[in-house]
Write a protein that binds this ligand. Structure first.
Ligand code: ADP
Ligand code: MG
Ligand code: MG
Length: 896
């Protein structure tokens, strides 16, 4: 029978039936029927034992809210007809005292949504039908157990009565009768309890518990639709980007009873182990229980299989109900095959007969996701492409960093942003120098700062984790920590410092340097004391998925790294070169900063050249090491980028030290520092502008690069491939001027050493003008690397260091769907990238195109970079595996 005819020829179909007598929907109709309804229809359609019922569509919800909370005219009749169908299939009658039909009313949106109305079971019971049910089943206990459950659920979710009051009454009843479990109460006890429950409702809700089953039904349906707009649901939708226009469906389904005695049960199951991914049946059940009892912890549930049973457990389902278990196990296999994915199931056994009540794709850990994807591909259940699409690249982070022991006890101090994943525990230190000193002494430390700056790099490296009071997801602390693979919580606003006493205040706690804290960079939480961590396990499936991903992706994956340690980690994670080596990080080391400052303090070119000559051998050695580690893979080296004053100290005392080291008076040093200070350094004297003013800096760096490359080329099996990158260019002329210096130095070094190396000179595209005039720039540049951090900053006119304070208002108001520093703003910044790609290729068809901003490690952005056809993405070392997988997924989705 079709939905249409069941609805009595109505023009609009608002109700879809499911059950043995005919099913109108299927799993493809998720948008209309919600996830629960669509899958109930699907299970019913493939012949599984599903109690009959119907789904009121999400369109009714939309209609309801579009029309002043009125239902469509035809709904009443369609619901009556659908109930009549259930009556026919079950032989019971709604509101019939002799053989009452009871139903459940269940909400179900497209995406599973906590915050919606809870399910009401046993609807249809009243004083007459309860008595009738008792007589018919010859079981007073069962009938009144069902009735009291119904009053509690309905009272709570439909009438707004505090469920604690019902639970107190139940507890008292158990105490009075000296029983531990609800199953110990007799039918007569429960009858008394039902009367108490009705009194509670009358007192709390100011009206009597409704006795008319039809009133109950419409009350419950109305409560589901009303819950779509409750505060919890609205918040959940906002946090998960679910539009209000989707609406929820309502499922009404004949009850089956797991609480009719010891041949009855209810349970939940996963077709595979959701935490390990192992292909074994996993779940729990309770004998003589209903619905939520298993998850609600009313009694301790028991395992499904004998194998999962622990010492001291009661019988597993496999032992207690072998026949039904075998049937359930067959359903498990059938559903997995049908859905080709791990399913999360709900079932009930009534007097030895199995009923399926729900199925959906099960949630799983990252480790389980990998194992299941590989296993299912190898079992032939899915293709390799499907396997690759099954794993969330962002979840891989979980597997690369230590995580908090889930069983450990924790005292939360405060919460900031989850800036860099992993957990770390150590003593509080308040300065980078102290961090280095303590770490050298063998201590684990957490560097706690208001915010970090480039001069803290050594301390960040020494620390196990970093905690800052200010700064967002792309603040200095966050970016550097992710790059180094350090755990980081940034922007913990409750953090206060007392510089004088060296004390740290977090909410009500007073802490000092040396006190131990633990931070969880994956959740943003900060804990008091040491919380145990567990080391990641790289399961075999991880390696297999990476191998499949490498075979499937088109874009190369490089890393952003400047230290040998980071470069090695990245190569271990599969990086295929360096996409961004930030040379300024190399100047902050203790022995180098002096020469660097001397250079900055110099009065003229000669003075600068003298200081640069000291830096040259050190810089050369840096590149030698990087080239050796990268063994013939391309290495993109960016010329000095930050404004010079970032290298100067802040205190007068330190400045005096710098002055004496540089051989100038303190006053001269002060004047020089003052002159360098900028009111808007982000747009100040930085990037290639430094090379334009001080070509000698560019020349020294180029020399260091080529001397290193020629030296390594002499001995190494594979010659290095340096790609020299000019930062922050807006015009072709800037690139041309820098390129001339670089080419000149390259030629000179090759001449001196008698060794030639291949190299490229390119530019970073990180200013809107560079993208708009990309054809001009490409006439000089042999490659572009899109610096999307600065490009986002300059295109949106939002400083990323200040964005943390207000950007969430923007995402809340859906001005930007997500933080544009995390996922690329496709329409704006993305359009500039696309323009840069097209104009660049027009001018120079073989131009190399990559991206080195933080977006290079973000799956959503990687999808975009595949679409515009970049050659590679570059990201911090710990994001390399995620980027490899995300690139493969992007290629699959784009049909490349
Ligand atoms: P949730 O989405 O919170 O899981 P459900 O609608 O799935 O809510 O139902 C809650 C509990 O009630 C589940 O254990 C489910 O199996 C059980 N349940 C729902 N409908 C019925 C029914 N018709 N008969 C027996 N148990 C049911
Ligand atoms: Mg459920
Ligand atoms: Mg930049």
């Amino acid at each position: 029978m079709s939905a249409k005819s069941s609805a009595g020829g109505a023009s609009n179909v608002w109700v879809y039936n499911f059950g043995a007598a005919g099913t109108d929907g299927d799993s493809s109709m998720r948008n209309l029927l919600g996830g629960k309804g669509a899958n109930l229809a699907e299970m019913s359609g493939i012949g599984l034992p599903v109690p009959p019922g119907f789904t009121i569509t999400t369109e009714v919800c939309t209609h309801f809210y579009d029309n002043g909370r009125q239902y469509p005219d035809e709904l009443q009749d369609q619901v009556r007809a659908a109930i009549a169908r259930i009556e026919k299939e079950t032989g019971a009658g709604f509101a019939d005292p002799d053989n009452p039909l009871l139903v459940s009313v269940r909400s179900g949106a497209r995406a599973s949504m906590p915050g919606m109305m809870d399910t009401v079971l046993n609807l249809g019971l009243n004083d007459q039908t309860a008595a009738g049910l008792a007589a018919r089943a010859d079981d007073t206990r069962f009938a009144y157990d069902s009735y009291r459950r119904f009053i509690q659920m309905y009272g709570d979710v439909v009438m707004g009565v505090d469920h604690g009051l019902f639970e107190d009454a139940l507890e008292n009843m158990k105490l009075k009768n000296g029983v531990f479990d609800d199953t110990g109460l007799t039918g007569d006890d429960l009858k008394v309890l039902v009367d108490e429950y009705k009194d509670i409702v009358r007192a709390e809700a100011d009206e009597a518990f409704p006795q008319d089953p039809w009133a109950q039904l419409w009350g419950a349906v109305g409560a589901v639709f009303a819950s779509w707009m409750n505060a919890r649901a609205i918040t959940y939708r906002r946090l998960n980007n679910i539009p209000a226009s989707w609406g929820t469906a309502v499922n009404v389904q004949a009850m089956v009873f797991g609480n009719m005695g010891d041949d009855c049960a209810t349970g939940v199951a996963f077709t595979r182990n959701p935490s390990t991914g192992e292909n074994s049946f996993y779940g729990e059940f309770l004998i003589n229980a209903q619905g939520e009892d298993v998850v609600a912890g009313i009694r301790t549930p028991l395992p499904l299989t004998k194998a999962a049973r622990q010492d001291g457990d009661g019988e597993s389902m496999e032992e207690a109900m072998p026949e039904v278990f075998a049937q359930l196990d067959a359903v498990r296999l059938q559903l997995e095959k049908h859905y080709t994915d791990m399913q999360d199931l709900e079932f009930t056994v009534q007097q030895g007969k199995l009923y399926m009540l729900q199925t959906r794709s099960g949630k799983r850990t990252a480790e389980a996701a990998l194992k299941m994807a590989v296993d299912m591909a190898e079992e032939g259940l899915i293709t390799r492409d499907q396997a690759l699409l099954r794993v969330d690249p962002n979840a891989l982070d979980q597997l690369l960093h230590p995580t908090l022991d889930p069983n450990a006890e924790k005292v939360v101090l405060t919460r900031g942003l989850p800036a860099s994943p992993g957990a770390a525990c150590g003593q509080i230190v308040l300065s980078a120098d102290k961090a280095e000193e303590m770490a050298a002494g063998g201590h684990q430390v957490i560097l706690v700062r208001l915010e970090t700056s480039p001069e803290d790099i050594h301390g960040m490296h020494a620390a196990a984790g970093i905690l800052t009071a200010r700064g967002g997801m792309t603040s200095h602390a966050a970016v550097v920590a992710r790059g180094m693979g350090r755990a980081c919580v940034s922007g913990a606003g409750d953090l206060r410092f007392d510089e004088v006493s060296g004390k740290v205040f977090i909410q009500d706690s007073e802490l000092a340097e040396g006190d131990i804290i633990t931070i969880d960079g994956s959740s943003g939480e900060v804990y008091l004391g040491s919380v145990a961590t567990v080391q990641p396990r790289m399961s075999g499936a991880f390696g297999i998925i990476m191998e499949w991903a490498d075979g499937r992706r088109r874009m190369a994956v490089r890393t952003n790294a400047e230290t040998p340690a980071d470069a090695r980690v990245a190569v271990g994670f599969g990086a295929e070169g360096i996409g961004l080596c930030r040379t300024e990080h190399m100047f902050f080391d203790q022995d180098r900063i002096v020469a660097m400052r001397q250079m900055i303090m110099a009065a003229d070119t000669e003075g600068r050249e003298a200081a640069l000559a000291k830096l040259l051998p050190m810089q050369r050695q840096d590149f030698v090491e990087l080239f050796e580690i990268m063994a013939g893979l391309p290495v993109t080296i960016r010329l000095l980028d930050p404004p010079l004053h970032e290298f100067l100290p802040h205190s007068a005392e330190e400045l005096a030290d710098v002055a004496s080291a540089a051989g100038v008076s303190t006053e001269t040093a002060r004047q020089r520092a003052l002159k360098l200070a900028e009111s808007n350094p982000m747009l100040g004297h930085r990037g290639c502008r430094l090379a334009i003013t001080y070509p000698e800096i560019c020349r020294m760096q180029a020399r260091a690069i080529f001397e290193a490359a020629c030296a390594v080329a002499k001995t190494a099996e594979k010659a290095p491939v340096p790609e020299v990158m000019v930062p922050l260019a807006a015009t072709a002329k800037e690139v041309a001027i820098c390129k001339a210096v670089i080419d000149q130095e390259a030629a000179a070094v090759m001449q001196e050493t008698g060794q030639t190396v291949e190299y490229l000179v390119g530019t970073m595209v990180e200013l809107p003008r560079a993208a708009i005039r990309a054809n001009d720039l490409a006439s000089e540049a042999e490659f572009f690397s899109f610096g999307t951090n600065d490009l986002t900053q300059t295109a949106l006119g939002i400083s990323r260091d200040d964005a943390g304070a207000f950007l969430h208002d923007y995402t809340d108001a859906e001005i930007y769907a997500t933080d544009p520093f995390v996922s690329i703003d496709r329409d704006g910044v993305g359009a500039l990238v696309r323009m840069g790609v097209e104009l660049g290729r027009e001018q120079r068809p073989d131009i190399k195109l990559g991206i080195c901003g933080e977006h290079g490690g973000d799956a959503a952005s990687i999808t975009f970079f595949e679409e515009v056809g970049l050659d590679y993405v570059s990201c911090s070392p710990f994001r390399v595996p995620a980027a490899r997988l995300a690139s493969a997924q992007a290629a699959i989705r784009a049909g490349h």
